[in-house]
Design a protein around this ligand. Structure first.
Ligand code: ADP
Ligand code: GLC
Length: 494
């Protein structure tokens, strides 16, 4: 089975969040499961520079405002997976992240930039661009690649099946209806059962409406997005697709996240030999200017700073965490960047609590490893969370997750209720309401568990024994691909 994955990010070349981690690991697992997998990525500076052994596939010419577009085939640096690079300097050769300029504003031509990605993926899937390789199935990720599903659906020569994965329903790729003509798609798609969304048009809907199968990155999030609370106005459409929407849990790339062989952390450790974790903690406390205190429970956050991630709850629950029993002296370390108001509030909190609160407003992969290895507990108090990867990494590193019971967080953490602890199933702490009080209560439970080191080690070991593997996810994707290949395209005859 030949499968083409289309996406905007891939670890380690371009990463703004978990999407990159998924594209950095899933293709290799699918290859191990027997598929012939390639990626297609936009020719962003780090992709053009980092993809190895690039060879010309074809010249595409001019489209979407770009005067010169060419397609090249190369290999990803870490795992050698084959990757097509859409080289369009006019659209992609810019500083900043894939979606925004350095000043934080969206690129004004994101419509053209990501329509091009989907358009090239679809024509590759139609067998028009590479005479040597034609995918049976195109798997598009998030809104950036979603338009591929509409282009395939409208292409009379495209036979590829399509699968669309929603990594985050909140980012939809909405653009002004007046620019619809730029897509080069039939005007009949300009309707509510097509791409139209409240007077605009939506890339997300191209995936949701025109892919044979839709997945999300956890079973619980698949259920949640069919409700008004988590559906961002798309829940009706999602309910309408019924069992064609499903959830497949992300995994952990053990080649990147493994405390026993992580070159980025101060000392290696494992569930059998935990001593190294204490060294990681002391080094992290020193590095961050926290009091070097083995007995102080160190809570960490590694996150994009957006309203999704619930950092405002952490700030509001901070007094309860810090002002409790003075013998406990809990500490908080936050790594992340994004929202300016959150950055400022976190900076103020660190200044107000020297030695107890530290904040690093940076995107830094190595520091993220040191944080997750060195902390005792990881906070993920998200308002919504499609899967969440940091809690999976934390489990692996014996860092006990404290999470809100939403999305993939609820699927991957077992709350330390008395029964769960007695049955030795507990791996972390969970809270329900998105309120500072509910978070503070969960933090209080974590702090008291921490004071009973035997109980805490039991939580650590149970977490470290979890196996969130990409092999399991790949098996499920393979079954879904077979289903998609056997099914009719939805809603439109080509
Ligand atoms: P999301 O994709 O919504 O941001 P995930 O938990 O799925 O959430 O993935 C986040 C990824 O980004 C993880 O690999 C995490 O370690 C990483 N990450 C988040 N913030 C930072 C940061 N400031 N520096 C380095 N890595 C970060
Ligand atoms: C998104 C989600 C996150 C998920 C990641 C990878 O960015 O916010 O929950 O883990 O995609 O699928």
């Amino acid at each position: 089975m030949k499968v083409l994955h289309a996406a905007a990010e891939v670890f380690p070349l371009v990463k703004t969040g978990g999407l990159a981690d998924v594209l950095g690991a899933l293709p290799e697992a699918l290859i191990a499961a027997g598929a012939d997998v390639r990626l297609i990525l936009p020719g962003l500076p780090a992709i053009v520079k980092g993809v190895e052994r690039q060879q010309a596939v074809c010249e595409i010419g001019a489209a979407f405002g770009a005067g010169r577009i060419s397609l090249r085939l190369g290999r990803l640096p870490r795992n050698g997976v084959k990757v097509y690079v859409v080289d369009a300097p006019y659209l992609y050769q810019r500083p900043g992240n894939p979606y925004m300029a350095l000043d934080g504003s969206d690129w004004s031509d994101n419509l053209q930039r990501f329509a091009l990605l989907g358009w090239v993926a679809a024509h590759l899937a139609a067998g028009e661009l590479d005479a040597r390789w034609k995918p049976d199935l195109l798997h598009a990720h998030d809104w950036h690649a979603a338009m591929a599903c509409a282009y395939v659906a409208c292409h009379p020569g495209a036979t590829a099946a399509t699968v669309y994965t929603v990594h985050n329903l909140a980012y939809q790729g909405l653009f002004a209806m007046g620019d619809f003509h730029l897509l080069g798609l039939p005007s009949r798609l300009m309707a509510p059962d097509g791409l139209e969304f409240h007077g605009q048009f939506s890339f997300m809907k191209a995936g949701l409406n025109y892919a044979q199968r839709v997945t999300t990155v956890s079973p619980n999030y698949a259920r949640e997005i069919a409700t008004a609370e988590f559906g961002w106005g798309l829940d009706g459409l999602i309910r309408g697709r019924g069992t064609q929407v499903s959830g497949i849990l992300n995994g952990v790339d053990g080649a990147v996240w493994n405390p026993a062989g992580d070159a980025l952390i101060a000392a290696a450790y494992s569930a059998q030999a935990l001593d190294g974790k204490g060294r990681c903690k002391a080094m992290l406390q020193r590095e961050l200017g926290l009091n070097v205190d083995a007995k102080a429970p160190l809570f960490a956050v590694v996150s994009r700073l957006t309203s999704q991630k619930g950092l405002d709850l952490v700030l509001a629950a901070l007094p309860a965490l810090l002002d409790g029993d003075p013998a406990v002296a809990a500490q908080l370390a936050v790594q992340g960047n994004g929202d300016a108001a959150l950055e400022a509030a976190l900076t103020r909190a660190a200044a107000a609590h020297p030695g107890r609160v530290a904040v690093r407003l940076v995107y830094d992969e190595a520091l993220a490893h040191r944080m997750i290895a060195g902390a005792d507990a990881l906070l993920v108090p998200s308002r919504f969370e499609p899967c969440g990867l940091t809690q999976l990494y934390a489990l692996r590193y014996g860092t006990v997750p404290v999470v809100r019971a939403v999305g993939g967080l609820a699927d991957t953490v077992v709350d330390a209720t008395d029964e769960a602890v007695q049955a030795d199933l507990a791996t972390g702490f969970m809270f329900g309401a998105a309120t500072p009080a509910a978070l503070a209560h969960a933090l209080g439970r974590a702090v008291s568990a921490y004071r009973n080191q035997k109980r805490w080690r039991q939580l650590m070991r149970r977490g470290m024994a979890q196996n969130f593997s990409w092999d399991e996810a790949a098996t499920q994707y393979m079954a879904l691909y077979r289903e998609a290949l056997d099914s009719d395209p939805p809603g439109m005859t080509r």
